[in-house]
Ligand binder design. Structure first.
Ligand code: GZL
Length: 330
């Protein structure tokens, strides 16, 4: 698509130069924002993987929104490996797509490939997760949740719930994928809030890589080495659901013997919340597709977009989960 546009523009530019008899400097057609002649935009999208219910819902939202927006979507699943995402982005550059969008599996290590996209004059949109590049000209915008705030919301619920508890409150934490923005930021936000009272003690914290299986495995280890766990903070529902299996396997009652806070609010998590096995869920919406496509169309046209677009989200108690469960989209 881009190749065709460049050729067309080059022909057009040449025609103008000839007619104007050297009307000025050379034409830089390569820098012209995508002006797809038939209006069809091609997006190269690199997805993290398929590690959780959230990710499945996010993929569905992106694919459905591209279809609705008339955007041709080239989609790749990186199986949670950064090298696969870098390969996919390089492939999209080779294919001269109009725009590249991706959810970076981890925060660091993107500058080189993003510079390649910039040099190829292909705009990049970050969605879901952020990168820690100092050079913010490497991408046009970042659409996604405020993960630090999600961690704070989890901490605030705990502090309120346990305000009359003398403590100690022994907490174990299942972190998301090591090095990922949601793991780093949810951990930081939660720790920031509970630091207000030394009775809150994180006695163990380890990655469960956002998956149910790993969450179960790590929670089993926590239970073996910590007999007096009061609460689990899991960075996503899927690890919390795996932990529930481990807690029940140890003969304890999730939601009572060990309280559980998770993040996401996918259907399985909301069901466990309604059933009282999870005590509180901080929502993180995966339905980013429509906003992503709107932003993509704007950046292809060279229009200004906000550097940061934060998604709206809420929190749920068991009672609230019971009310909304039947209406949840994911
Ligand atoms: C958050 C997203 C996280 C979810 C997990 O925006 O990147 O990755 O919280 C998912 O469920 O695996």
């Amino acid at each position: 698509m881009r190749k065709r546009i460049s050729t067309l523009l080059l022909a057009g530019a040449t025609a103008i130069a000839l007619a104007g008899c050297g009307s000025g400097g050379g034409s830089d057609t390569a820098g012209v924002a995508g002006v797809a002649e038939d209006g069809k935009i091609t997006m190269g999208f690199s997805q993290v993987g398929a590690e959780s219910g959230w990710r499945t819902a996010n993929t569905k939202s992106v694919q459905g929104a591209a279809k609705d927006a008339g955007i041709e979507l080239k989609f790749s699943d990186a199986q949670q490996k950064q090298e696969n995402q870098i390969k996919a982005i390089r492939s999209y550059i080779q294919q001269k797509v109009d725009v590249i969008a991706f959810s970076p599996v981890v925060e660091s290590g993107w500058d080189t490939v993003l510079k390649e996209a910039k040099n190829a004059k292909i705009p990049v949109v970050l969605t879901d997760r952020a990168v820690d590049s100092a050079d913010t000209t490497l991408y046009k915008t970042f659409l996604g949740s405020d993960f630090v705030e999600e961690g704070r919301k989890a901490g605030k619920w705990l502090v309120e719930q346990r305000k009359d508890d003398a403590g100690p409150v022994n907490i174990v934490e299942l972190q998301g994928t090591t090095g990922s923005a949601p793991a780093n930021d949810r951990k930081a936000g939660f720790a920031e809030v509970i630091a207000a009272d030394p009775k809150f003690k994180i006695i163990a914290s380890q990655t469960g890589d956002f998956t149910r299986a790993k969450g179960k495995e790590v929670m089993e280890a926590f239970l073996k080495s910590n007999p007096d766990i009061d609460l689990l903070f899991a960075h996503n529902d899927d690890m919390g659901l795996g932990a529930i299996e481990a807690i029940e396997g140890a003969g304890k009652t999730p939601g009572k013997d060990i309280e559980i806070i998770t993040v996401d609010a996918v259907k399985d998590g909301m069901q466990a919340l309604a059933d009282g096995k999870i005590n509180y869920i901080v929502e993180c919406s995966p339905l980013l597709g429509p906003q992503l496509m709107d932003l993509a169309k704007k950046v292809v046209k060279g229009e200004q977009v906000p550097a940061r677009v934060v998604t709206e989200e809420t929190t749920f108690t068991p009672e609230q989960a019971k009310e909304v469960l039947s209406t949840r989209q994911y």
